[in-house]
Design a protein around this ligand. Sequence first.
Ligand SMILES: Nc1nc2c(ncn2[C@@H]2O[C@H](COP(=O)(O)OP(=O)(O)OP(=O)(O)O)[C@@H](O)[C@H]2O)c(=O)[nH]1
Ligand SMILES: Nc1nc2c(ncn2[C@@H]2O[C@H](COP(=O)(O)OP(=O)(O)OP(=O)(O)O)[C@@H](O)[C@H]2O)c(=O)[nH]1
Length: 487
Amino acid sequence: MDKTLKKIALIGQPNVGKSSLFNRIANKRIAIVSDMAGTTRDIRKHEIEIMDRKALMLDTGGIDETNDAIFSNVKRKAIETAKEADIILFMVDGKNIPDDKDKELFYELQRLGKELALVVNKIDNDKELERLWEFFEFGIGDENLFGISVSHNRGTKNLFEWIYQHLPVNLETVAREEAEALKKQREEDFDFDDEDYSSEEIENITDDNNKEVDENKINVAIIGRVNVGKSSILNAILGEERSVVSPIAGTTIDPVDESFEYKEKQITFVDTAGLRRRGSIEGIEKYALMRTKEMLDKANMALVVLDASRELTDLDEKIAGLVDEYGLGTIIVLNKWDENMDTFQKMEEEIRRRFRFLSYAPIIAVSAKTGRSIERLKEKIIEIHNNYIQRIPTSQLNRVIEEAVSRHSLPSPNGVYLRIYYTTQFDTRPPRIALVMNKPNLLHFTYKRYLINYLRDNFNFEGTPIHVIARGKNDKIGDEEYLERDR
Ligand SMILES: Nc1nc2c(ncn2[C@@H]2O[C@H](COP(=O)(O)OP(=O)(O)OP(=O)(O)O)[C@@H](O)[C@H]2O)c(=O)[nH]1
Ligand SMILES: Nc1nc2c(ncn2[C@@H]2O[C@H](COP(=O)(O)OP(=O)(O)OP(=O)(O)O)[C@@H](O)[C@H]2O)c(=O)[nH]1
């Protein structure tokens, strides 16, 4: 017998229906059921299974009050068994009024601090259900009081569900379901028509061979309003690189994007021709935003350039706001930081306040003019891209989410018991994580935010958005209904 299994003790006076319930749960006739009081004397242990979760059921002897000596004996034994158990089902006969001996024992069991349910049996019909109220006298909450009838099979489902919820997740089932979910997801990815993904990304998903190559390609969009120093930053970065791929000279079409190798990655700046055309973003705001979108479409990383020598403007905010919609790796570049300025903290606070939607993006102060921190910016591009493409093992995600839930338990909206079965990352670029749970649409966004923050505290997601979705066991992972961006 598996020693790690949770133990369930079934305790109660003779003839209340313990063996009957035991048999119902065990789905076999193991204990002797009889009308004669005190026939179930031995402690029986039996491995049971509720849905996919296993436990060990302990059947204690009845508490015989007819003989005081035996009563104290059996009571002692009942308490001993209860001490050994993780979950206690205390059963009483609903056809009788609550009894002092029951109460006395019940309070003793309560003091053990285990999961405890008061099971009132022989509530055979709706009329008898009214009598259940008398058992609130025991001082137990609604959620731990069950009126059932074993012989009429009433109310047992609720009790079984309660027990199920207190048993640990069956890891075999989880692993199997996860494998199935991943397989299903892969299959779905092949006939994909999700507008959220660019055609390039679809290629990445459907062609695993290219994946590695693609993970080494960083397409960077340098965005920002006019005159913040976008082309200067481009020049500063490229200026240090000898292996710059030159634009094809003499062509009337746009020259290719400029590209260089750095730390085994290929960094490409998208739409550099446009960037170099001075004043390109000047003019009507609508065009500035349109052009920014075109660039973001081709990129998997954005450098949001701001001018440290000027006040932030609404247009800065609008341009930065676009980035979040594209789900890219992001760095906020505070340019024109020519000398040591003691205002960094103030600027940082201002940026954080105005760009709340980019709270995950690091801020780096550079000067295209003096070259200050340009090297650091290049390193940061690599670092953030690694965060953006990372895949976190399910075991690690589960450990962290379990820890988060144990620190701050899941809310029970309207008494509904919420449960996260497991957590898995089902996509990268940016990381997409599914919380597989019983009632996904009841998960409040504030709790989800708490989990997202907890994930951010435990993994390195700097510079990358993370998308966390809650879904049911049988929902498709690609179900975007629950998708909420990490804001
Ligand atoms: N009306 C009614 N009778 C029940 C119900 N459940 C069990 N019984 C009857 O109650 C009697 C006692 O049931 P058991 O399951 O043997 O009770 P027990 O608590 O195991 O009894 P001991 O072995 O004496 O400890 C039997 O005649 C059952 O048929 C129920 O839900 N409704
Ligand atoms: N002091 C200072 N000036 C800078 C820095 N970077 C750029 N500039 C100046 O800012 C002005 C605008 O620089 P650009 O690189 O052309 O800016 P841009 O964002 O590409 O401008 P548009 O193409 O018009 O959108 C130029 O006069 C640059 O010399 C810097 O780090 N420090």
